[in-house]
Write a protein that binds this ligand. Structure first.
Ligand code: UDP
Length: 481
């Protein structure tokens, strides 16, 4: 194929919310547009203090192609308006609002004018700027379909229900979708008086102004909700913009550090599907008590493991959201005494951050104990790895329910009634169940089916490929020179 001259390449801009879970899928889409569809891309990044993981990502991303420009927005000084006791979403939204102040002239300066700006759930502030500039805005919803359905329904629920949603005596009925247990609701809607709820409602209320909603999933993974979002009379009446399931878009490769290479070399020497990978996303931080139980549960299971650990925090389950990869303490300072010695040779402990995708892709990995962030879930599904669901915050509980009860690719490690901490015995039981039990074999078969289904969706002519081609055609037909 002949490459069109630079000025003829359609131009798409991106603006993800802060956090690797948002940046990564939007960047995958950007790469597809550049490498498979001859677009040029300007990828705006909101800079947050000291995220080593994001810094490493930015350096690698900037090298990929001259048609994929990474533009870091100047770091906003939010020191006077943000306090550490603010909830995570409030922090994200305040940082976003402040960071995009210089964006309008930057968008005006882009040449040629973008045919679309792709945002995600918490960067909707930019919609009004784009209206003035006549740039169509598309929202790439990087989370799961249960959260998308709830989010589109939320403005209605907000009008209909007085008091807290979590106090409702019955599950939430979302039109055309499975009911949602109140305990599975996303954290941000569990306290309506908190600013976090107001920010969440503000952002999801604006989804309807997008020209389209792209979703990181594929049709066959959730036929019921995707059909409801497209066809149910309630969703049509909102109105819901056209929905495009274009996933699963996950990271394809990673720049490996020396330390990463050592981890993979260790995996090379382990038997096939024998290692449980334990990682809780970019923010997941356990309490000290929970970390001790997890460590002993792993030891008691006598299974091989690769454990990503962070300094425990009794204050917040999402403690490292903005700083992940920067904190490389010595794990022996907070793991139980004797744990490292006892498990030496059977398990490897990695502080803070590990190369998740190559680990999941490795033949020695046989299970994934995950916080069920949507990117992690997709990465596991694409590699055909069964999961132990360990939801912690945000929408992870509804994802876990979907993975366990609807998709059938995970089991859940549960605390006893009335307890917050999952005990070591329960952990030992589920780990054995997944790694060596009959249940594990069943989950592995289901995971293999889903891996095939995900690949089919992405192949040429598959459902996600067709959705993306449709968008590409729309954007190419908007080409402004
Ligand atoms: N990740 C990683 N190494 C880690 C932890 C996380 O590479 O030690 C990556 C993971 O592969 C995924 C992303 O970080 O792409 C986490 O996104 P997810 O949506 O699962 O969770 P979040 O971090 O948003 O809670």
């Amino acid at each position: 194929m002949q490459t069109p001259p630079e000025e003829m390449k359609p131009h798409v801009a991106f603006l993800p919310s802060p956090g690797m879970g948002h940046v990564i899928p939007l960047f995958q889409l950007a790469k597809r547009l550049v490498f498979d569809h001859a677009f040029q891309v300007s990828f705006f990044l909101i800079t947050t203090h000291s995220s080593a993981a994001q810094d490493q990502f930015t350096r690698a991303a900037a090298q990929l192609s001259p048609h994929l420009r990474i533009i870091c927005l100047p770091e906003a000084d939010v020191s006077a308006i943000i306090s550490q006791d603010m909830r995570i979403l409030t922090q994200i939204c305040v940082i976003t609002t402040e960071s995009i102040k210089p964006l309008k002239p930057m968008l005006i300066d882009l040449n040629p004018t973008p045919v679309a700006l792709i945002i995600d759930i918490f960067t909707t502030d930019v919609i009004s700027i784009c209206e003035e500039l006549s740039i169509p805005v598309y929202s790439f919803f990087t989370a799961s379909t249960p959260l998308l359905a709830l989010s589109l329904y939320l403005p209605t629920l907000d009008l209909e229900v007085e008091g807290e949603f979590v106090d409702l005596p019955v599950p939430v009925e979302i039109p055309g979708c499975k009911n949602m247990r109140t305990e599975d609701l996303v954290d941000q809607v569990k306290d309506r008086k908190n600013d976090e709820y107001k920010w969440y409602l503000f952002n999801v209320s604006r989804l309807q102004y997008a020209a389209g909603i792209l979703v990181n999933t594929w049709e066959n993974l959730d036929v019921q909700r995707i059909t409801a979002l497209k066809q149910n009379s309630f969703f049509r009446s909102i109105p819901t913009p056209p929905v495009f399931p274009i996933g699963p878009l996950i990271k394809e490769e990673e720049t490996l550090t020396e330390k990463d290479a050592e981890i993979l070399a260790w995996l090379d020497n382990q038997p096939c599907e024998s290692v449980l990978f334990v990682a809780l996303g970019s923010g997941g931080t356990l309490s000290s008590k929970q970390l001790v139980e997890l460590a002993w549960g792993l030891e008691m299971s006598q299974q091989r493991f690769l454990l990503v650990v962070r300094k425990p925090s009794d204050a917040s389950a999402s403690g490292t959201y903005f700083t992940v990869g920067s904190d490389e303490d010595d794990p022996s300072a907070y793991l139980p005494d004797g744990f490292l010695e006892k498990t030496s040779g059977v398990g490897v402990v990695v502080p803070s951050w590990a190369p998740q995708l190559p680990i999941l892709r490795h033949g020695s990995t046989g299970g994934f104990l995950s916080h069920c962030g949507w990117n992690s879930a997709l990465e596991s599904l694409v590699q055909g790895v069964p999961m132990i669901a360990w939801p912690m915050y945000a929408e992870q509980r509804m994802n876990a329910t979907m993975l366990v009860e609807e998709i059938g690719v995970a089991v859940k490690a549960a605390a006893e009634i009335g307890e917050v901490v999952v005990g070591r015995k329960e952990i030992e039981t589920v780990v054995r169940e997944v790694m060596e039990g009959e249940k594990g074999k069943m989950l592995r078969r289901r995971a293999a089916e889903l891996k095939r289904s995900a690949n089919e969706a992405l192949e040429s002519g598959g459902s996600s490929d067709r959705s993306l081609s449709l968008l590409v055609d729309i954007w190419k037909s908007n080409l402004k020179i």
